[in-house]
Write a protein that binds this ligand. Sequence first.
Ligand code: SF4
Ligand code: SF4
Length: 165
Amino acid sequence: MNYLSKGYVTIEELKEVLGELPSEERLRQRPVAIPECPQEIPCTPCKEICPTEAVLMENPNAIPLVDYEKCVGCSLCVQICPGLAFFMIHYKGDKARVTMPHELLPVPEIGEEVILLNRIGEEVGKGKVVLVIPREKSKGDTPVITVEMPIELAWDVRAVKVVRE
Ligand code: SF4
Ligand code: SF4
């Protein structure tokens, strides 16, 4: 598929890979995990760590899918994924909260305004950090942050840039 040469997935490609995205009703209930891992590679930490068996993989090489109803939004898959390929989305009113790995320094602080980046690193807006899991508390090697943003950006933003004077 094209994403193997260009290095990122578009939302249209992601829909093809996942089959279906969570409904708006489900996105409003509680955070739901979204795997963006479209290559068949021998890797299973996301499946092994999930406490509710919501991560579905037919075999260790399979592309991970999520049973959105079983997912309780614990973020362990986001924390453990070595490929930085798991995210969570939660709709709240006219905002969305996106939980993502953040490997760059500095790690933003709760309440900090950050620049929102899409899958190819373009700046698409500003958001506010509402939760930080620092590296020492993460189950993996990567800090995890949750960023509140305009709801229409939830399926585009997959990283942030921290700008401090
Ligand atoms: S957020 Fe938690 S419950 Fe949901 S898929 Fe990830 S590990 Fe499983
Ligand atoms: S842990 Fe990450 S890289 Fe490995 S299969 Fe799961 S989503 Fe893909």
